[in-house]
Design a protein around this ligand. Sequence first.
Ligand SMILES: Cc1cc2nc3c(=O)[nH]c(=O)nc-3n(C[C@H](O)[C@H](O)[C@H](O)COP(=O)(O)OP(=O)(O)OC[C@H]3O[C@@H](n4cnc5c(N)ncnc54)[C@H](O)[C@@H]3O)c2cc1C
Length: 321
Amino acid sequence: MSASRPGGSECSEVAARLKGRFLGSMVEKAMLSEYTTFRIGGPADLLVFPKGIGDLARLLQAIADTGCRWMAMGNGSNLLFSDRGFRGVVVVLGRGLSRIKKNNKHEVYVEAGCSMKRFLSWVEEAGLGGLEDLAGIPGTMGGAARMNAGAMGTSMGDLVSELSIMGEKDGEVYCGLYDRERVGFGYRSTGIRDNEIIYIVKLQLEKRGRTEVRERRERVLGWRRRHQPLEYPSAGSVFKNPPGISAGEVIERCGLKGARSGMAQVSEKHANFIVNLGGATASDVRELIVRVKEVVREREGIELEEEIKIVGDREGEGREA
Ligand SMILES: Cc1cc2nc3c(=O)[nH]c(=O)nc-3n(C[C@H](O)[C@H](O)[C@H](O)COP(=O)(O)OP(=O)(O)OC[C@H]3O[C@@H](n4cnc5c(N)ncnc54)[C@H](O)[C@@H]3O)c2cc1C
């Protein structure tokens, strides 16, 4: 995200420049709570849904020309937007870029807006596997690649061989092909910069029987239903696991399950989830995050680090704001 740059009127200029030469859609002053799995977040100046790669290029050029602040979003399943929202353009790929193409026996290209769910069904049909452990992650393939999402010992970075990215810097739009080394996959992190957006993910998968893949996928989904509070809005695990231990275990050991701030609660079912009981604000969640970190630091001497991305303008934010 290009944080130091302006939003506001520059966003109207972006919208104006795209008029008549954009296939996708745009919403001004869109409430981000309607586009995130946490159901939290104030308005974004402009939410844009490009319909294809040409659209994305035109959009980034308009952003580069106006110097408007912007960020990428997939399905908003790892994001906590502030109650004041986001001054700038949010580029959402979760609708218009979702084609999948098999290149050879093992190699698949997928556009970044394709959901993990749809991609896993597609590869299962194609008799390919390797990513089943990520079943149930409610994000897009681009968001999963950017976060190096993972579960049960498998991460996106184990199977991604290349990312196509577009970026915007100093008024110029650039494209790049990043191999694994350049992507720099780490624990729930990559070296993809905030002024860059992934538009195609290339993966090397393994030949597997459909039944084997389906059974594994269903086992993983069953595990999630039993262990995760899927009945409430959330952004998944809030904290990264400290070395050698699960963050959920540490938080539970500190007696924090069920702790509340406003309508945000440390889940009773999985202590590393903060759930929105209905009408929680971003400040509720942030207050709870601060409290959990303090208690864990005092009692366990462990410094928890957020896995979720906290974004947006906070000035004057609060329940009454
Ligand atoms: C119930 C639940 C369970 C979850 N379980 C897991 C789990 O097991 N493992 C796990 O790792 N995560 C999990 N998550 C978190 C989340 O689903 C993943 O991180 C997911 O990969 C995020 O994808 P997204 O498309 O929603 O990204 P978003 O939340 O929209 O964005 C996340 C970050 O990626 C950036 N981004 C998004 N798309 C792009 C793009 N195309 N190019 C560049 N940057 C981009 C955004 O700017 C942001 O910084 C869970 C979340 C929920 C709600």
